[in-house]
Ligand binder design. Structure first.
Ligand SMILES: Nc1ncnc2c1ncn2[C@@H]1O[C@H](COP(=O)(O)OP(=O)(O)O)[C@@H](O)[C@H]1O
Ligand SMILES: [Mg+2]
Length: 232
């Protein structure tokens, strides 16, 4: 994965076209450095649609921050992502994952129970306000990935997700151990300092620590609309 991130960081970006179903400018690109090449999703800061609750121009940094947190947890759920300059200016550049078109995402709780549990916890930790079924991708090698982490890390509780399969259940011990080493690790905090504001980093630590204390997946909020799982 280090190699993928290096290529994304240093390669030349060539825009192929716009991806459908995106609310921000989301470009499919080819990234190459002469010897290696890959497809990537480039989300330039200047193509971000303004939102009432997130500061303008911060979504691309949040995309990268979600990858940093996933890496620090060691969960391998977010495709390698970097924050860099590109043909349309600063943006998030994320490895494009080739979706298995035949995979039915409604089955994912049965086929990928461990990864889906980690995804549910990652969303709590990063306070994901937009985990739709379309943001869960099973690739052609059968691996589950999560994409679209632009609206994460708000200080207010904004968890909006389709993954309520585990609500109220105990967090499995190995995942609790991952959370404990995440909370005790300072290196990711240094990286996030350039990406999020101090209150957002504090809130992130609080959410991870709370999960460690309760050792339970949170319950779905009763005071606002939420989508049950499976999604239909
Ligand atoms: N890394 C990726 N690999 C493959 N497909 C992706 C990736 N990132 C996004 N997509 C696809 O592009 C769509 C739009 O991207 P998304 O990140 O959701 O943009 P937006 O922030 O505008 O909602 C996603 O629903 C998904 O189908
Ligand atoms: Mg989206």
């Amino acid at each position: 994965m280090d190699d993928a991130a290096r290529l994304l960081r240093t390669g030349e970006i060539e825009i192929i076209g716009l991806l459908p179903y995106a609310s921000n400018v989301t470009l499919l690109t080819k990234v190459s450095d002469g010897s290696d090449e890959t497809r990537a999703v480039y989300k330039p800061q200047r193509g971000e649609r303004p939102l009432w609750d997130f500061p303008d121009g911060t979504l691309c940094a949040r995309e990268y921050a979600a990858f940093v947190v996933d890496e620090a947890l060691g969960w391998g759920l977010v495709p390698p992502t970097v924050l860099r300059d590109g043909p349309a200016g600063l943006g998030a550049v994320q490895l494009y994952v080739e979706e298995d078109e035949d995979f039915d995402v409604r089955e994912v709780a049965l086929t990928h129970p461990d990864a889906l549990q980690r995804m549910a916890l990652l969303d709590v930790v990063i306070n994901n306000a937009d985990r739709k079924a379309g943001h869960l991708i099973v690739d052609t090698a059968g691996k589950l990935w999560g994409v679209d982490h632009g609206v994460c890390f708000h200080v207010d509780e904004k968890l909006r997700t389709v993954i309520w399969t585990y609500e109220g259940e105990p967090v499995p011990e190995p995942l609790a151990r991952d959370l404990a080493s995440f909370v005790g690790d300072e290196t990711w905090k240094t990286t996030l300092e350039g990406l999020l504001d101090a209150y957002e980093i504090e809130a992130l630590c609080r959410r991870a620590s709370l999960l460690l204390r309760t050792k339970r997946f949170p319950n779905a909020p009763v005071d606002r609309y939420h989508v049950p799982w499976p999604p239909w």
